[in-house]
Design a protein around this ligand. Structure first.
Ligand SMILES: C[S@@+](CC[C@H](N)C(=O)[O-])C[C@H]1O[C@@H](n2cnc3c(N)ncnc32)[C@H](O)[C@@H]1O
Length: 213
């Protein structure tokens, strides 16, 4: 457990926002367009999508908001202020993910890229239960989670002096168990390499209402 983990992450992204992603980040940055296309193939235009830990909105929230009705959540004021300017077609909530509530069955999809790994580990399992409740029947979860279990801090993340950052995550098998326990069916998962390590991208779906009755 890292003392003050959330405060370190929130302040860290306030400070590191531009180092992490510039205003000029192109739509084809990394693999976001490919990930968004996973939803594009399955959801109608205008579907309600929740982006947990949306950051400054580039490129993921922006790409999704070209097709869907997107709500982004992030607790860094700098990230959210930038997102409101950079992605004017989406709506944004500046809040800790652990504090937001949505009606049950509200969203067609919930995405979370590189964010759950920053949250205190003790909150991950419960978050999947909350996400499952917000999804409508047959709704999708597309999330980046840990591949190998790791908890740690960096004092100058991305080379920014004083840019302290921390992470805590379980391993892939644990996430697959927690996601299944939340009532979602894991459709597939894949490894997303980063340097000498990497993360797991999980695609899961809420079953239809009558399943299991
Ligand atoms: C690594 S960035 C990823 C941003 C964006 N999803 C992307 O892939 O470009 C992680 C983001 O999650 C946000 N975040 C981390 N923990 C959070 C929490 N508990 N509540 C809300 N936002 C959180 C951070 O402020 C940061 O903007």
């Amino acid at each position: 457990m890292i003392p003050d983990q959330k405060e370190i992450v929130r302040r860290g992204y306030d400070k590191l926002s531009y180092a992490y992603r510039s205003d000029e980040t192109p739509d084809d940055h990394a693999e976001y367009a490919k990930w968004v296309s996973i939803l594009s193939k399955r959801l109608p235009k205008g579907a309600l999508v929740l982006d947990l830990g949306c950051g400054c909105g580039l490129p993921g929230t922006k790409l999704m908001s070209a097709e869907f009705d997107v709500t982004g959540v992030d607790f860094s004021e700098v990230q959210i202020q930038r997102a409101r300017k950079l992605v004017s077609s989406a709506r944004f909530i500046c809040s800790d993910i652990s504090d937001v509530e949505f009606p049950s069955g509200h969203f067609a999809a919930v995405v979370s890229f590189y964010t759950i790994i920053h949250m205190p580990l003790g909150e991950h399992r419960g978050l999947f239960r909350r996400i499952a409740s917000w999804l409508r029947p047959r709704g999708y979860l597309l999330a980046i989670v840990g591949h190998n279990a790791w908890t740690g801090t960096a004092e100058s993340y991305l080379g920014v002096e004083g840019g302290k950052m921390c992470w805590s995550h379980a391993d892939e098998a644990t996430y697959l168990k927690w996601i299944s326990e939340s009532g979602l069916h894991v459709r597939w998962k894949c490894f997303i390499p980063e340097g000498e390590s990497g993360h797991t991208l999980v695609f899961a779906q809420k079953p239809p209402v009558d399943e299991g009755r």
